[in-house]
Design a protein around this ligand. Structure first.
Ligand code: NI
Length: 380
């Protein structure tokens, strides 16, 4: 396996993006290459994705590397000569890069399998953007023996050759809420005969924002966005119902609990304040991604020893289900500088292929180093 070949595989993946849980071609593509190279894959119980296993000596530690493989429903406008050939579907979050990167790492590790004092499990996870597959894989038992997990993510604001590594929280937890209010509809001229939900909605929107400004420390990061409001359908009728929905994100689990509690209390108070019934459905998504400090130190030292530049990773209020893996074992989510012209999830998103081979080599060396010297910082 060489750099040119790996870049060609990345371009193949980029040309053929597939939406979450429909990555059939991608899965077949991966399995063909893995099997042709004598790498075993595990049945996961999911229709797409796979887990590749590179086993050195029995009884040693197990390291997990994770790539996500799904694309987004976006029409590509990157102008690349290897742009998506699938209308309306695009690898706009660099998951093709992650897939090729961990495929490269798998092949590099396979070349030295006989000398590895343990096992590396490489997870090619479907539908990172939309489903709960990380949770499913973490509950499958296949990963129970993993002692440390690593994943990488493309990052347009860093140049190729640079990694962003940071201990502690780096990506936010993501929750979703839906609030329904029910009053009594009526003629707009006779509000006294109705229970109007509209003033309740207005008050709820304002008060919800005060949770962030008044119930969260200025030193903690949290976001509450109301993104969808619906009620009524004309100018002279007081509507009977209203709904609003939105999202809560935070980097701190205690802050997350507090915001949920305050939002539930606020919803309940609509009854005494406005006389309408109010119910909230609060759904918890991924936890915050909290990087292990020791794993970050080891990864950063190893990256520098390979001639990569390491900077402090920026935190993001977007989310990542890599946090599910970190609930099984410590590890780190690492930003891979891939340059480009815009942020992820946009039609002009690109990831510079130049960054690919060094990233694959980094993850292969990191996994090998974690097996050879578990828990130690290697400075060469
Ligand atoms: Ni992504």
């Amino acid at each position: 396996m060489n750099e040119e070949w790996l870049i060609e595989q990345f371009k193949q993946l980029h040309r053929h993006p597939e939406l979450g849980n429909r990555e059939y071609r991608t899965t077949e593509f991966l399995k063909n290459i893995l099997q042709a190279n004598g790498i075993r894959t595990l049945e996961t119980g999911l229709e797409t994705g796979t887990v590749a296993v590179i086993s050195g000596r029995d009884g040693g530690p197990v390291v997990g590397l994770r790539a996500d493989i799904d694309a987004l429903p976006i029409q590509e406008e990157s102008g690349l000569d290897y742009a998506s050939e699938i209308p309306g579907v695009m690898h706009a979050c660099g998951h093709d890069f992650h897939t090729a990167c961990m495929l490269g790492a798998a092949l590099l590790l396979k070349e030295r399998e006989y000398e590895l004092p343990g096992t590396v499990k490489i997870i090619f996870q479907p539908a990172e953007e939309t489903e709960f597959n990380a949770r499913f894989l973490c509950r499958s038992g296949l990963l129970d023996d993993v002692s440390v997990f690593y994943a990488g993510h493309t990052y347009p604001w860093l140049e190729p050759g640079t990694l962003g590594i940071r201990p502690g929280p780096v990506m936010a937890s993501v929750d979703q809420f839906l609030i329904r209010l029910k009053g009594v509809g009526g003629h707009a001229a006779h509000p006294e005969l109705s229970v109007d939900v509209i003033p309740a909605v207005g008050s709820l929107i304002q008060s919800a924002q005060s949770i962030i400004s008044r119930s969260v420390s200025p030193f903690d990061q949290a976001v509450l966005s109301i993104t969808h409001v619906e009620s009524g359908n004309t100018w002279n009728v007081i509507p009977e119902e209203a709904m609003l929905e939105g999202t809560v994100r935070s980097l701190n689990p205690e802050v997350r609990d507090r915001i949920q509690k305050r939002l539930e209390d606020l919803t309940a108070s609509m009854e005494s304040s406005y006389g309408c019934r109010a119910e909230i459905e609060y759904t918890r998504g991924s936890d915050a991604v909290i990087n292990d400090a020791a794993a970050c130190e080891r990864a950063a030292a190893l990256a520098r020893s390979l001639g990569l530049n390491v900077v402090q990773q920026e935190c993001s209020m977007s989310s990542e289900d890599f946090s599910d893996y970190l609930s099984l074992a410590p590890g780190a989510f690492i930003r891979i500088g891939t340059g480009g012209q815009c942020d992820a999830h946009q039609p002009r998103f690109t990831a510079d292929p130049k960054a690919l081979f060094p990233a694959a080599r980094f993850f292969a060396e990191l996994a090998a180093s974690e097996l050879e010297h578990p828990g130690s910082v290697i400075r060469r």
